[in-house]
Design a protein around this ligand. Structure first.
Ligand SMILES: [Zn+2]
Ligand SMILES: [Zn+2]
Length: 341
């Protein structure tokens, strides 16, 4: 029987042959990082390996770390194990980790966005690329049949219509989404001719990282830069969900508020958030997207992490695949715990 290339350890996923971890949640000597979301890229590791394009965001979050940056597809040798990073389509610089040793290939997906609709990719980062492998370790954040995303263009058209109607009525449009990834996807997708775009202070440093990486985003204003109250009443305001109910939002008066997240597909989630609108837009694969991505790897064995593991494992077994799960400490970064309960 072929040896296990990646196993579960108390500190995180571990490659015994190469003696490195992938997205570990406890400090380790050598960490391969799939992307810069806080639950995957943590402090305290001795050395980091990640995509070169994610270096800016990683350093902004983690400080002066020892970081080796790789291009997508570029391979390095770690103790005889060939390691390379491949686009995951989730956020800027996000990668799947391909590990090859003694003729065996395993891929750890990290978080990924793959759509069930052909050609529907995340426009703000390198789109998900399936990687052939013997064993695929897949995320499963939205691994239930109820999660089916509509094409992004349809959702973004709804966002634009909502903003335009608010602007016409003289009301600001407060659009809530995770600062890293979701906010930039919204910004890249909206129609900037409708009015000015204002962003929260947590969002703008990430916008700068995206622009530095060559991603086209519309012009954005920090709220402090806007002195004209009339301007604010036509504005789209993009901010993280944590501002809900905080004094920061008071300056926008009777703004209409909306939340953009995959969780908005759940009946009751929008009501629990207490917002006017919910837009179903996720940086993770939906049920058809997961199925499509898993099939494209050609893997005979699949290990499921963070999400609805049991449902996904049962479905995989029904397809005749060898399936199991790893318990991880990854959170869900698609709109945050705000929607728990
Ligand atoms: Zn993530
Ligand atoms: Zn995750």
């Amino acid at each position: 029987m072929a040896p296990e290339l990646i196993v579960q350890r108390p500190e995180g996923l571990y490659c015994p042959a190469g003696d490195f971890h992938i997205d570990p949640w406890r400090p380790v000597a050598r960490a391969v990082i799939t992307h810069a979301h806080a639950d995957h890229a943590r402090r305290g590791h001795g050395a980091y390996l990640a995509t070169a394009v994610s270096a800016g965001v990683l350093r902004a979050r983690l400080g002066d770390i020892t970081l080796q940056g790789l291009d997508y597809g570029e391979a390095v040798d770690i103790q005889g194990v060939k390691v390379s990073l491949h686009p995951a389509g989730h956020v800027l610089g996000s990668a799947q980790v391909r590990v090859e040793h003694q003729g065996q290939v395993w891929v750890a997906s990290g978080d990924y966005f793959a759509s069930g609709h052909a050609g529907d990719a995340n426009a703000t980062c390198a789109p998900f690329e399936p990687v052939r492998c013997d064993c695929f370790i897949t995320e499963s954040t939205f691994g239930l049949p109820i999660y089916r995303w509509r094409p992004q263009a349809e959702v973004l058209a709804e966002v634009n219509a909502w903003w335009a109607a608010n602007a016409a009525a003289g009301r600001a449009s407060l659009l809530l989404g995770y600062s890293f990834g979701k906010a930039q996807r919204l910004l890249a997708g909206v129609d900037a001719s409708i009015g000015p775009i204002v962003v929260h202070g947590a969002v703008e440093p990430l916008n700068e990282a995206y622009r530095a990486a060559g991603v086209a985003l519309p012009d954005t204003l920090r709220v402090e830069q806007v002195t004209d109250k009339a301007l604010l009443r036509r504005a789209l305001v993009v901010a993280p969900p944590s501002v809900l109910g905080s004094p920061w939002t008071r300056r926008f008066g009777d703004a209409s508020d909306a939340f953009a997240s995959g969780w908005m597909q759940l009946r009751g989630a929008r009501r629990r958030q207490g917002v006017d609108r919910g837009f179903v837009l996720s940086d993770h694969a939906d049920w058809p997207g997961l199925q499509r991505a898993i099939a494209a790897t050609g893997a005979g064995r699949v290990i499921v992490t963070h999400g609805y593991e049991a449902v996904m494992v049962r479905w995989l077994e029904e397809q005749g695949l060898q399936a199991g799960s790893f318990a991880t400490e990854f959170g869900n970064d698609d709109g945050e715990a705000a929607v728990a309960a």
